[in-house]
Write a protein that binds this ligand. Structure first.
Ligand SMILES: Cc1cc2nc3c(=O)[nH]c(=O)nc-3n(C[C@H](O)[C@H](O)[C@H](O)COP(=O)(O)OP(=O)(O)OC[C@H]3O[C@@H](n4cnc5c(N)ncnc54)[C@H](O)[C@@H]3O)c2cc1C
Length: 434
């Protein structure tokens, strides 16, 4: 006897393999997939219907906001995708405080463009194509991270559809536990449909590019990290350690959260003392120029890759040397470096599901085909002794080990307990395992 499959909810728009749009909607940025059905809800109640349907199948359930998740698990093979792209509103709730409601399916380019008209900004990530739902439920290390903190640090409330289809408003008063989980581990507790986030007033930023020649021991990397530790919060820097003619070079973008060029010049001048530094001209920009609408593109599985990351308390002489070893590995991983600290440190490690407040550097390493996971694992070995944990959103393989690195100790226990409370049957972890 064959089990009867639930029928697709009649009110919720859907796309199945027979439909013309299927090709455009089936995959994510990093992975090609063939789901059985893609549901495109337009309201919280349609999300609830979609989730009830998906729960009733025994098949995988994926939740997709922007489709930029590195694990590629916002789609699947043969299961259901709940695609939130039609929930993409950006509404200023309070012009005085800058409180903004953003739909989970909006992309950060759209959020930045909408807020820019009001001289407001939310620091998100470095790419405008990334979705609100995946980033603002896990962290958010953006171009203004040292001034603003993580995106989750400013999430005040959220609407969450739980696995049983109930719609809950998560805020600090009525459901502090649920809000705590949304701020760092949201995917384990429900489908977030919108978030209320405090934006910051910002009329413009100053931006420049620089390249720092790195010695074989990486000593200049330690000096760069020391410089960042003492730099004003207005300055955020991130970039990549690359090999150029077999010599490592640190290529950075510096963003200063001010439209006063004197503030930028003062913040950047000491960099010249670090070593052989080549700095471009400082130019003025809108925050929205950093995550522009031009970043938006369909996700067709065009970027297969494997990524892992390490959070470092700080970059020491030893970990700097390890970074040079990683980038010199035969798989030539892309090694990205982000300075943290500043406002990230202001938040109590127990206040959100992102516990690693003491980490002042985030290192990501990515390999591209023909290299894969085992090559990446081999490449990052030199860095492991210095890692104090990981940022969930820069992991391609969300296995138990990655979970423990992202959610250590009491944080991980609380995430698991809340996942058990809000999704007792594990509907949402059919693809994103705890
Ligand atoms: C090019 C690129 C640049 C990036 N740059 C940065 C950066 O600078 N800073 C940074 O912090 N991160 C960055 N990231 C990582 C990014 O934060 C994650 O990949 C994030 O998950 C993408 O969000 P999304 O909505 O596009 O993802 P999706 O692929 O749609 O979703 C990824 C996962 O998030 C969960 N999820 C998605 N939506 C919801 C929801 N509404 N409710 C509950 N769970 C949900 C699901 O588990 C899903 O599998 C970058 C990624 C890429 C590909």
């Amino acid at each position: 006897m064959t089990a009867t499959l639930p029928t697709l909810p009649a009110d919720v728009p859907n796309v199945t393999p027979q439909d013309r749009e299927y090709h455009r909607l089936r995959s994510t940025y990093t992975a090609s997939h063939t789901p059985g059905a893609i549901l495109l809800p337009r309201s919280d109640s349609e999300v609830a219907q979609a989730l009830r349907y998906a729960a009733g199948t025994a098949a995988p359930v994926s939740v997709r906001s922007g489709g930029h998740g590195l694990s590629g698990r916002s789609s699947n093979d043969d299961g259901t995708v709940i695609d939130l792209s039609r929930l993409s509103g950006v509404e200023i709730l309070d012009p005085e405080t800058g409180l903004v409601r953003v739909g989970a399916g909006a992309r950060w380019a759209q959020v930045a463009a909408a807020l820019s008209r009001h001289d407001l900004a939310i620091s998100s990530g470095d790419h405008g194509g990334v979705g609100v739902g995946g980033l603002a439920t896990a962290g958010g290390v953006g171009w203004l991270v040292r001034e603003y903190g993580l995106t989750i640090d400013h999430v005040r409330a959220a609407t969450v559809v739980l696995a049983d289809g109930s719609i809950v408003r998560a805020d600090g008063r009525s459901s502090p536990d649920l809000l705590w989980a949304v701020r760092g581990a949201g995917s384990y507790v429900g489908v977030v449909t919108d978030l209320d986030i405090d934006s910051m007033p910002l009329s413009g930023v100053a931006v420049t590019q620089l390249a720092i020649e790195v010695d074989p021991d990486g000593a200049v990397l330690e000096r760069w990290a020391e410089f960042m530790a003492g730099a004003p919060r207005a300055l955020t820097m991130s970039g990549a350690l690359v090999m150029s003619d077999d010599r490592p070079v640190l290529v950075l973008t510096a963003v200063v959260a001010s439209d006063d060029p004197r503030v930028a010049e003062k913040a950047l001048r000491p960099l010249e003392k670090l070593g052989r530094v080549h700095r471009g001209r400082v130019s003025s920009a809108r925050y929205a120029d950093l995550v522009p609408l031009e970043h938006l593109h369909p996700n067709l599985g065009q970027q297969p890759s494997t990524t892992t990351n390490a959070l470092l308390r700080r970059i020491t002489a030893d970990s700097a040397r390890a970074l040079v070893d990683v980038v010199s590995h035969r798989a030539r991983p892309l090694v990205q470096l982000r300075a943290l600290g500043g406002a990230v440190d202001d938040v109590d490690p127990a206040a959100t599901a992102y516990a690693h407040r003491e980490a002042h550097a985030l290192v990501t390493a990515t390999t591209f085909p023909p290299y894969s996971g085992p090559d990446l694992d081999e490449a990052v070995v030199p860095l492991l002794p210095y890692s104090i944990g990981a940022y969930r959103n820069f992991e391609t393989r969300p296995d138990d080990e990655a979970f423990t690195r992202a959610f250590p100790g009491a944080t991980g226990e609380r995430v698991k307990a809340l996942a058990g409370r809000y999704d007792p049957d594990g509907v949402l972890s059919r693809v994103d395992r705890l």
